[in-house]
Design a protein around this ligand. Sequence first.
Ligand code: SAM
Length: 262
Amino acid sequence: MNHKARKRFGQNFLQDMSVIERMLAALRPEPGDAVVEVGPGLGALTLPLLARLDKLAVVEIDRDLIARLEAQQLNGLTIHPGDVMKFDFAALARELAGQTDHSLRVVGNLPYNIGTPLLIRLMEQQAVVKDVHVMLQKEVVDRLHAEPGTRAFGRLSVLMQSVFEVTPLFTVPPVAFDPPPKVQSAVVRMKPRSDAPDTDTLDALQACTRLAFASKRKTLRNNFKGHLDDNALTDLQIDPQARAETLDLSAFHRLAKQLRLA
Ligand code: SAM
């Protein structure tokens, strides 16, 4: 039974065994781990994962692929049909409570059309996440771990680096997939930081970065107009004429704190 890859679901199926093995080697799954795979597709990662785990949860949107997986009646596999953007990771973690360590290990070769929003969602649910090992467009991975002052540094870098330790692992060429995507891919590991901001601080950071990067070419003075004036910025040791991409994480955290008070 052949499956025609659906573009709207970002379907690029892994066909290179060596990439699958490298992802597993990075993940080092242990039998009792609470692993959830996003987008199992035809099972390229799912089957080798199941061979190493007691249980595996998967979230898949494509009904044909769900039917194929169900037909295989794989031991230990729980299929959650539907859109991962609506998936309640916290509820799954609660369901798995009782397992030795029920914080979630999230894995997947992510559909590129929802990569960034899904990362934001995982960031908001980081309290139930143990770690994340995912394949994304390389350009997104570059943004995730970019340093201030570099071209790739932006809102996503600030938010994700505030919540996670971000480690880029390896690059994957288009030929590793069927059909091949147009761009390079990369696998990244993210682990919640022990000093990750609480929900209120994270909300403030989201609001603050939205303002700071609203117009990349504008100075902070202009982007914060109506919110923080020159004096407030200078008091935070931030040059009002600087641009957001030159600030380090601690400057964004000072700005977020100030905006909460303002
Ligand atoms: N894991 C498989 C592999 O590596 O060969 C498939 C990866 S493919 C890049 C992305 C998978 O995510 C597809 O199976 C696709 O149907 C599924 N998918 C796409 N959008 C989704 C969504 N919003 N929620 C859940 N699954 C989704």
